[in-house]
Design a protein around this ligand. Structure first.
Ligand code: ATP
Ligand code: MG
Length: 145
């Protein structure tokens, strides 16, 4: 699904990938990789972007059930970037600071999804409210010319 019109500072339309099941995780991953391949990213960077998308999309399936991934190409000076929003109206996270620490998991996971995503992206913001949901906004900038 493609939404418009785009916001100021953005270089394109929003690509919205609904997340309802594990197959959607793969779809979001592929869409992000495809969009990002239009920018000056290395193969390694494309892989890490895809990895980050997998982590936040899988969190949506595991903890919230459903949600969506929004992908948007953005412009920052001479560089472009990929903005990723992962949002859901699930249970929210009671202690975000704790959830951002390596090894914290309520599902016997490795607890590396969120902190790892923060490390791999250039910008990372998480807003979560118990009973309301979670929204993670991240940007990865392409290399300068
Ligand atoms: N969308 C979400 N909604 C509610 N809680 C979440 C959400 N995403 C993450 N969490 C909470 O934050 C914790 C840490 O998430 P993180 O992705 O870092 O680790 P994990 O999913 O437990 O393990 P993994 O390393 O397999 O990703 C989760 O265990 C869960 O409690
Ligand atoms: Mg996770």
């Amino acid at each position: 699904m493609v939404n418009g019109p785009s916001l100021p500072g953005s270089a394109g339309l929003d690509h919205v990938v609904p997340i309802r099941a594990e197959t959607d995780v793969l779809l979001a991953r592929q869409r992000a990789r495809h969009l990002a391949s239009e920018l000056r990213f290395t193969g390694g960077e494309l892989t890490l972007i895809a990895t980050v998308i997998s982590e936040v999309a899988r969190n949506i399936v595991t903890y919230a059930g459903t949600g969506e991934i929004v992908l948007r190409l953005v412009q920052g000076g001479q560089r472009r970037g990929l903005l990723v929003i992962a949002r859901d109206k699930g249970p929210g996270i009671a202690d975000v600071e704790r959830a951002m620490q390596d090894g914290y998991s309520t599902s016997r996971g490795l607890g590396l999804g969120l902190p790892g995503s923060k490390r791999l992206m250039d910008e990372f913001e998480i807003v979560s409210e118990v009973g309301k949901g979670t929204s993670i906004t991240m940007t990865k900038w392409e290399r300068s010319r």
